[in-house]
Design a binder for this molecule. Sequence first.
Ligand code: SF4
Ligand code: SF4
Ligand code: SF4
Length: 318
Amino acid sequence: MNLNRRSFLKATGALIAGSIIAPKGRALAEKRKSSHDNDWACLVDTTLCVGCRKCEQACNERHNLPKPKISFEEKAVLEELRRPDEKSYTVVNKYYPLNIGSLTWRERPVFVKFQCMHCSEPSCASACITGALHKNPEGPITWTSSKCIGCRYCMIACPFQIPAYEYNEPLTPRVMKCTFCYEYLKKGQLPACAQVCPMEVITFGTRGELLEFARWKIKKRPGKYINHIYGEHEVGGTSWLYLSSQPFEKVGFPKLGKEAPPRLTESIQHGIYKYLWAPLSLYVVLGGVMWVSGFFGEKRSFKVRKPDQIQNKEAGDE
Ligand code: SF4
Ligand code: SF4
Ligand code: SF4
C-alpha cells in the first residue's frame, strides 16, 4: 500500500514537474534515462578488489578464450597497464596513489577490473550498420557473427575502446568483447567474474537497484568513497557501474560527458535530414533560373587554375 502510494506520488510529481517546470526536452531525457533502470547491471566496488585476477581466469575459461602465456596466478602482470583485447574480455589493472608523500605512502594500490561497460545507449551498436552488435532487451550488448561484415565501425565508435578484432584470423575474424555472459544470465546464472570473485567486488542486479545500493554505500561511508558513481551518467549511462576511493580519471577511466554518443549522432543525422531540404531547394531554384536564362545553352570558357594558384589563393584567404 505504501509502495503504491509512493509510486503514485512519485509518478504524479514527475508528471507535474515534467509538464510545468521542466522543458519538454528534459522530461523526455528523464523518461529515456529511467527506461534503463530494469537493465541487468553490475556494480564494481573497486575499494574491495585485491587484484587476484580470478575474474580474468573465470572469464577466460567460461568463454574458451586462448590461454595466456603467463599464468593467471602471476601478479607481476599487474605492474603494466593492460586493456581488454581479442584474447581477454576483462583485465584488472593496478593504480598506485598518485600523491606519494608522507601522508599517502601507506595507502594501498587501487585495483580496477575493466570490460565492456554495456552502455545504456551503445555507440558501437549505433555505428553498426548491419545490426551485428545490438542491445538485447535485458541490457547486454552482444555481437552476432552471421551479421558482421567486418567494417569495424564499432571499434571507432566505442568511447571506451573496447571492441577488439581478431586480425590474426584471416578466414573468420570475430569482434571480441565481454558478452555480459548473456547466454548464462538467461539461464539464471551469474556472470562468471561476479560468481568467482572472493572479495564480492561485483554485485549483480538491475541498474536501478544497483544505483540505489551504490548511493547507500556512499552515504554510509563518505570517507571511503568519492561521491561519484561512474557509469550513472557517463555517455548516457552504462550497465557496469563503479565505486572508487579515488577520482576516476586517476584510476583509468576516461572523463566523458553525459550525452550518449548515439544521441549526438542521431541529432546530427536528424539535423542533416531536416536542413538538407533548404540547400537542395536552393539548388533546384537556381537550376531553374539558369535553365530559363539559357545558362546551359551558352558555350562558356573557363580558365583552368593550376594547383599552386589555388594554394596561393587559399593561403591569401587565411
Ligand atoms: S576476482 Fe574480485 S578481487 Fe580478484 S581481481 Fe577480480 S574483481 Fe578483484
Ligand atoms: S563500452 Fe563500447 S563496446 Fe561496450 S557497449 Fe559501450 S560502446 Fe559498445
Ligand atoms: S560478464 Fe562474463 S564476459 Fe563479461 S567480463 Fe564477466 S565473465 Fe567475462
